[in-house]
Design a protein around this ligand. Sequence first.
Ligand SMILES: CC(C)(COP(=O)(O)OP(=O)(O)OC[C@H]1O[C@@H](n2cnc3c(N)ncnc32)[C@H](O)[C@@H]1OP(=O)(O)O)[C@@H](O)C(=O)NCCC(=O)NCCS
Length: 192
Amino acid sequence: MPFPAQLNIQSSRLAMRTVEEGDLPDLLAVNGDDAVTQYLPYASWQSLDDGRAWLVRMQKLAASGSSLQLVLVEKATGRRIGTCLLFRLDEGSARAELGYVLGRAHWGKGLMFEALSAVLAQAFSDGFVGSGALRRLEAEVNPANTASCRLLERLGFQPEGLLRQRWHVKGLVYDTRFYGLLRDEARGAAAP
Ligand SMILES: CC(C)(COP(=O)(O)OP(=O)(O)OC[C@H]1O[C@@H](n2cnc3c(N)ncnc32)[C@H](O)[C@@H]1OP(=O)(O)O)[C@@H](O)C(=O)NCCC(=O)NCCS
């Protein structure tokens, strides 16, 4: 039961769809910003070549059915302002991980909460993965990334522990807070 190859999700201000090559110039502005990538395990993109290499990796993972990379399109302007990733699908256990990135100019307007509320509703719905649904979603966050921690908690994710010295990235060793959200909890949460 792999992830669907194509997806289109709508919320009031955003459209979320499978990423494609034409999205890369806008995504370079997002991922080329050190403030955006500060807590992410990759260096800021320097050029479109970095974006193209990323897209090849994402498309390879998507072809295996284990990951789904969505781009967030601002409906009012048509601009691609961020991304959302479902990855590391474990089919037997019906669980996957969640990642997300938003351009700095768009922070603090409730946009990622809106986007993820719509994505979670799909991910936990019947038939999303084959004939089933995800039962659990996970996310790993640097505790210093307060915006991301707050976002997950507002979405209903529960902190499930601190993984000590989990990452060594960009010359720093750091802990991560592990979050989990169960389908039953998400479905019981208030609508976006
Ligand atoms: C994390 C991120 C996606 C949040 O997106 P956003 O659209 O600004 O978040 P929202 O506006 O939906 O806010 C969600 C919650 O986080 C809070 N929040 C947003 N920015 C915050 C900040 N800088 N500090 C503290 N809390 C913050 C909001 O107040 C809101 O909580 P509330 O409803 O209780 O007020 C965005 O900051 C980002 O892309 N950061 C860089 C990439 C990144 O770190 N990704 C996550 C890796 S784990």
